[in-house]
Design a protein around this ligand. Structure first.
Ligand SMILES: C[S@@+](CC[C@H](N)C(=O)[O-])C[C@H]1O[C@@H](n2cnc3c(N)ncnc32)[C@H](O)[C@@H]1O
Length: 282
């Protein structure tokens, strides 16, 4: 399909496809009725390609677990009074449609212009109804995205929840640090940050070699990880809690079966971050 998407943007079709598969399960961890549409016909092909060649047919539960984990954290933030949410690299995320948001919630979606245009046209065809105010912003996250965000009505004086899902490993450490600094500069005290990431040690290990080669050959290499996410965030004033996949709060009954072959689990050093800005280091 000629959808005008660059290779990295196309990974959003893959993750949408994984959410569509989760939605079809009777024991699903969340509902995402629009995911199948947004995955387009290419999403399942990309997903099966990776599972066939890299995971040997094993369904990776990470996407389902992280989606549910972040859903819960975002609703918790809304219950605590946060009304401003920014999906950094939103992809085909439909949380603005499928979660129950308090009135006056504003959700900014940042991603490549071509991806967001495709998403808008698919959602318009489906006559999808947003559950909050959604402001899509086509930007380059490695360029100036903060000016368009401010122009779109972002209020830096109020606490924000930032979701950085499925992005950090595609950035170099320098790009990640720059993005984190920009996020921190825009964050009022008590802002929250959610992200998923991977340890540098596992990324450099032999267990990840085939995965990295396949990701690079597909035009979207995994470039960085971090062995000390608490330290990384603490340096900028964020208090972070890090949950490895399969730990009690990031399991949902799925991880025990995620064995790719004897002795190799799907964990691969991946983890989920929930952080709060207390402002002490900024
Ligand atoms: C794996 S997808 C994740 C999408 C979504 N957060 C999810 O979990 O389904 C990675 C996303 O990052 C976006 N992205 C990567 N680099 C970007 C950049 N420099 N500017 C804007 N978007 C970028 C891609 O377009 C893509 O939608």
């Amino acid at each position: 399909m000629d959808d005008g998407l660059d290779p990295l943007a196309r990974t959003a079709l893959w993750t949408a496809s994984m959410r569509a598969r989760e939605h079809a399960r009777s024991d699903r961890l969340f509902d995402e009725p629009l995911a199948n549409l947004l995955a387009t016909e290419d999403g399942p092909k990309i997903m099966r390609g990776f599972e066939g060649e890299v995971q040997r047919g094993v369904e990776d539960p990470a996407l389902a677990v992280r989606t549910r984990f972040f859903d819960d954290a975002m609703i918790d933030a809304a219950r605590s009074g946060v009304r401003q949410f920014v999906l950094v690299a939103a992809g085909m995320d439909t949380r603005g449609y499928r979660l129950a948001w308090p009135e006056s919630t504003v959700l900014f979606e940042l991603d490549r212009p071509a991806l967001l245009e495709l998403k808008a046209s698919l959602l318009a065809d489906a006559a999808a109804t947003p559950a909050c105010t959604i402001r899509p912003l086509g930007v380059d996250l490695l360029g100036d995205w903060t000016t368009p965000l401010a122009a779109a009505g972002f209020r830096h004086s109020e606490p924000t929840l930032w979701l950085v899902e499925g992005l950090f490993y595609f950035l170099s450490a320098h790009e990640r640090d720059t993005l984190l600094k920009e996020i921190t500069t825009l964050s009022a005290t008590a802002s929250r940050l959610l992200a998923d990431y991977v340890t540098q040690t596992s990324l450099d290990g032999t267990g990840m070699q085939v995965w990295r080669e396949k990701m690079a050959a597909s035009g979207h290499p995994w470039k960085s990880g971090c062995d000390d996410p608490e330290g990384l965030l603490d340096a900028q004033g964020w208090r972070a809690r890090v949950s490895a996949y399969g730990s009690p709060e990031a399991d949902y009954g799925r991880w025990a079966h995620a064995v790719i072959e004897p002795g190799v689990t799907a964990t691969r050093g991946r983890y989920l971050i929930s952080a709060v800005l207390d402002g002490s280091a900024v």
